[in-house]
Design a protein around this ligand. Structure first.
Ligand code: G3P
Ligand code: CA
Length: 263
């Protein structure tokens, strides 16, 4: 708790000079968890509405079931978003599909990544966040995702993001043509950053990453300038109001794509 407070205070100092401005016309809009204000997050119903909103991309979160199936859900467990309970990595696809989505459309189930890919295909970019909170979790998830994207003819329509550097490195080794984006909470002073943990940070460690996707509230003007100087982009999450958009960012990842797209 104390560590969290120190982190937040540090970041507030970093951001003192960060003015908030109206969204620029060129800024991309990404529907977070499918556009979570439009339906039950990370479901096919919500994703359909996110596409209809005109978002440039749909963002979803990917996990692996006990029997090796790719499923789309934000949390590592079913507890918050479904009628079921348990860790996805301990449950088979049949078990995961036997529960219903809380506040979902009638009969709605936890979608497989294959279903999501087919829903988004030919409509907009799919931004996949691959979750892995510890090494050794979800063995082979990167290979399975690449196999699916190749099989579905989606390699040119998908972008991969992760907080986990190992995940990004494995994707680069498997399929260097896939665009990669580094998720972080924020860069800190003294060559540090916070993603899932505090660690040293240098742009030189991310030669294959095209974008740094940071928490909007801790994204400083200086960070945006430094990323741009690297020829890369900044996308901020999860920003839900125009007034919260940090100056100069290239995209917003939002639960409310409609607010950023309506003129
Ligand atoms: O796209 C960035 C954002 O999705 C990261 O946070 O927890 O909503 O997956 P989270
Ligand atoms: Ca996500």
């Amino acid at each position: 708790m104390i560590r969290k407070l120190i982190l937040i205070t540090l970041c507030a100092c970093v951001n003192l000079a960060c003015a908030r401005v109206e969204a620029q016309d060129t800024m991309k809009v990404i529907a977070h968890r499918g556009g979570a204000s439009l339906g039950a997050e990370n479901t096919l119903g919500c994703i359909r509405k996110g596409i209809l909103s005109g978002a440039d991309a749909i963002e979803v979160d990917v996990h692996l079931s006990a029997d090796g199936e790719l499923v789309v859900c934000h949390d590592e467990t079913l507890n918050r978003t479904t009628s079921g309970r348990g860790r996805i990595e301990k449950l088979t696809l049949d078990q995961i599909r036997s529960v219903s989505i809380k506040k979902g459309e009638p009969g709605e189930k936890v979608p497989t990544l294959e279903e999501v890919v087919r829903e988004v295909k030919d409509h907009c970019i799919l931004l996949l966040e691959v979750k892995k909170s510890r090494e050794g979790q979800y063995p082979g998830i990167e290979d399975k995702i690449v196999d699916l994207l190749v099989r579905e003819g989606m390699m040119g329509q998908v972008v991969l993001q992760s907080f986990n550097d190992g995940v990004l490195e494995r994707f680069y080794a498997l399929a260097p043509e896939l665009p990669l984006e580094k998720l972080l909470i924020c860069r800190l002073p003294f060559g540090l950053a916070f993603d899932i943990k505090l660690h040293r940070f240098s742009f030189a460690d991310y030669p294959h990453v095209r974008s740094f996707n940071s928490y909007y509230g801790l994204t400083s003007r200086r960070f945006v300038r430094d990323v741009h100087a690297q020829g890369k982009t900044v996308r901020v999450w999860t920003v839900n109001k125009l007034s919260q958009v940090p100056q100069g960012v290239d995209a917003v990842i939002t639960n409310y794509p409609q607010r950023f797209l309506s003129k």
